[in-house]
Design a protein around this ligand. Structure first.
Ligand code: ADP
Ligand code: MG
Length: 698
């Protein structure tokens, strides 16, 4: 353990390092910047940059980079060396305050959703002092926000920081009403659980689909899948354990609080959960975690698959976003309290989340929408595409009785007076785990289970923070200046429960009847990404984000466009890969095999006229039929792709077309090819099978 304490955050320019290395006054200035967002003056920036550089060089760094998160979903970095020439061919190592605070990468190669057309190609990266600089592979990485020349956000961090501010602004108003005058900041806490698959690199390298798209586009089910449930929490294989040990160590050095690791439901599937931290840092850490997983896997001769659905018929991977809000004084606002007054604040905050999820279910759905996650949501393994909330029976009963104005009869049949001044004490941890709910209350936080495994968690947290900020704004508006606070508060809570309880569903989300029930309640069921995305620019959503200064209308329109484009591009690459695999490998291989069978039958029959050659004949008949199907369906897919060129009506029409025509043609082709796979000898089939992939790591 001592060793862990020693290496923990050893690659982070952390608060402790700053305290040690910065002059007292500069350290205080940085603290102020972190806490209030006040700009660091030039001289302080120069001092910080210099200290950072010295620290990094001592640790073996030669380069620095502004580390940012463009809309590609992966992180970007451009390395610059510290080298600066002086006289007579000598160099010194330099890093100025200006270089720390601002960078100017070319923005033209990153998705901008049209923002680039109206502004310069130049983009700016701006230091985010609230997330610590760190060292990765001998490079000093400075977390930064990325925006256009005109100031529009081109990344995932900028809106996240703005949404954290919005929640802080409105949350502070509210806690003041409850007399919590010592609170200076409202923060969000986030702990994202990350699921992933590990496959052997050699096997991976033989699958074109995995290489190009991150998921298998073909593949017949193996005789053994996950039906025995013997993998979940099972013994971790030595090679995987070695990977996890290395991974933990690397993450700890980066200050990531990696805590639990276990096998997941599917074979070859695993999970890593960190200890929660503040929302901004958690988002950076999750990006780093995904990056590090891939790097360490490679070191162990494996590939880490972060795709939401790498294998059909096998559970996909998600990312559970555990979220809560709290104060800088250490109070978790979603923790039921000890006293009635604390419980009143808890109930109001709970209401704020309930209302937020109900009012902005469309935005929450969009925040998890992607071509990859479409294969997962609603597939009876992950939460349905309908957004609803699980509170547990106990809490739901309490809310019911508050709404009705009657006393809550607890488990012990105690009579409790309901009212804000005498709310019941909530039993802790009675929340039975409902794994089928997309958004579950788990005692003192909410767990949003719909996010996909490969996505940045910024998107979901931007929506959550902003939507909850809006609820809080309304409550603060209503209660500030109230003459009968307790009464008004009680009425407010009652009204919110009445108006938004339709979003609460404690039953089985996988059940068919839920679809009907949800429709009756007027909840949205947005099954696919193209179906969900138009809500992005619905008036009420534009109003939400612009009024809280999280996005401008232009930024929202740009993001809507980026999401549509991304969806089309992903499907286009997948379709092209399928066509290539089919035409160049699968069809020829099967044809050669049929030839071999025919040859065998002819040879046998030339020797003995009585031979029936049943196997060869039937196999040839069936396989050549399937081969013709596969050939025809490959051509259909090709035609569907070609047809995309004639789609008019912009990106939305194109995304709809890809879903309705291209994706359908892909599914059709897969059916025939997967059937062929089950009939073809393994040494003839051109790609490793599902069995080879899922059980490749011993
Ligand atoms: P599970 O049974 O789902 O594994 P845990 O209690 O271990 O439940 O929590 C899962 C995740 O939730 C962890 O990442 C944990 O750090 C995080 N978490 C716990 N409390 C909070 C909180 N107050 N805010 C945000 N995340 C939290
Ligand atoms: Mg969990």
């Amino acid at each position: 353990m001592a060793r862990i304490a020693e290496i923990f955050a050893s690659n982070v320019f952390s608060d402790a390092v700053m305290k040690e290395r910065l002059p007292k006054e500069t350290y205080r200035q940085v603290q102020r910047t972190i806490q209030t967002g006040k700009r660091l003056d030039d001289e302080a920036a120069r001092i910080v940059a210099n200290a950072m550089k010295d620290w990094a060089i001592e640790k073996g760094c030669t380069h620095f980079t502004h580390w940012f998160q463009p809309m590609t979903g992966v992180t970007a970095e451009k390395h610059d060396s510290f080298i600066s020439p002086v006289d007579q061919g000598h160099v010194i190592m330099e890093f100025s305050g200006k270089e720390l605070v601002r960078g100017e990468p070319d923005a033209s190669s990153f998705p901008s959703g049209g923002l680039r057309a109206t502004f310069e190609a130049r983009g700016y990266t701006a230091w985010d002092p609230t997330s610590y600089a760190f060292i990765k592979e001998n490079v000093l990485c400075i977390p930064t926000a990325f925006c256009s020349y005109g100031g529009e956000a081109l990344d995932k961090k900028t809106p996240l920081l703005r949404s954290v501010d919005a929640l802080n602004r409105e949350g502070l108003r509210l806690v003041k009403l409850f007399g919590m005058d010592d609170v200076k900041r409202i923060i969000t806490t986030v702990g994202p659980e990350q699921e992933y698959f590990l496959v052997d690199k050699e096997v991976f390298n033989q699958r074109e689909d995995l290489i190009y798209t991150g998921r298998t586009l073909f593949g017949a089910k193996p005789p053994k899948g996950q039906e025995l449930d013997d993998h979940y929490f099972g013994i971790i294989k030595p090679r995987v354990q070695a990977f996890m040990n290395d991974l933990n160590e690397e993450l700890w050095k980066l200050g990531v609080l990696a805590k639990t690791e276990h096998n997941e439901v599917a074979p070859a599937q695993h999970e890593l959960a960190p200890i929660f931290t503040n929302g901004n840092l958690a988002a950076d850490h999750n990006q780093l975690t995904m990056e590090t997983m891939q790097r360490i896997a490679s070191r162990h001769g494996m590939v880490c698959l972060l795709h939401e659905k790498p294998f059909a018929g096998v559970n996909g991977s998600g990312k559970h976003n555990n979220w809560s809000m709290g104060t800088d004084t250490g109070v978790n606002l979603l923790e039921p309290g000890e006293t009635p007054a604390q419980n009143a604040l808890f109930l109001l905050c709970l209401c704020a989340v309930i209302q937020a999820v109900d009012d902005y279910q469309d935005m929450l759905r969009i925040s998890v929408a992607s071509a990859g996650n479409d294969h997962r949501l609603g597939a009876n393994e992950a939460p349905p595409a309908i957004i609803s909330m699980f509170l547990g029976t106990e809490l739901a009963e309490i809310l019911d009785s508050i709404e009705a104005g009657t006393a809550y009869v607890g488990k012990e049949r105690e009579q409790l007076k309901i009212g804000v001044h005498a709310l019941p004490r909530f039993p802790k941890d009675t929340t039975d785990r409902n794994r089928t709910s997309p958004f579950a209350f788990t005692g003192n936080k909410f767990e949003f289970r719909a996010p996909g495994s490969s996505a940045s968690i910024s998107g979901v947290n931007v929506v959550l923070n902003t939507a909850v900020a809006e609820s809080l704004r309304q409550y603060a508006d209503a209660l500030e200046g109230s003459e009968d606070f307790e009464n008004d508060l009680q009425n407010l809570i009652r009204r919110v429960i009445r108006e938004h309880k339709r979003i609460i569903f404690n039953g089985n989300g996988y059940d068919e009847s839920w679809l009907e029930e949800a429709e009756k309640r007027g909840l949205l069921n947005l099954r696919t990404t193209p179906e969900a995305l138009p809500y992005y620019i619905a008036d009420k959503n534009v109003e939400l984000f612009t009024s809280h200064r999280v996005y401008t209308r232009t930024e929202m329109e740009a993001r809507y466009e980026i999401h549509l484009e991304h969806y089309c591009k992903v499907l286009n690459i997948e379709a092209l890969t399928m066509i290539d695999m089919s035409r160049r490998f699968i069809l020829p291989a099967v044809s050669r095999y049929i030839h071999e069978l025919t040859d065998t039958a002819l040879a046998v029959q030339s020797l003995t006229t009585s031979a029936t050659c049943a196997f060869e004949q039937e196999q040839v008949a069936e396989m050549s039929g399937l081969l013709s199907d596969a050939f025809r369906k490959t051509k259909n897919l090709d035609a569907a792709l070609f047809g995309a060129r004639n789609v008019h009506g912009g990106s939305q029409a194109l995304a709809d077309y890809y879903r309705d025509s291209v994706l359908e043609a892909m599914k059709e082709l897969r059916i025939s090819v997967d059937q062929l796979e089950t009939m073809t000898p393994s040494d003839v089939w051109p790609f490793p099978s599902y069995g080879d992939l899922l059980f490749s790591v011993k």
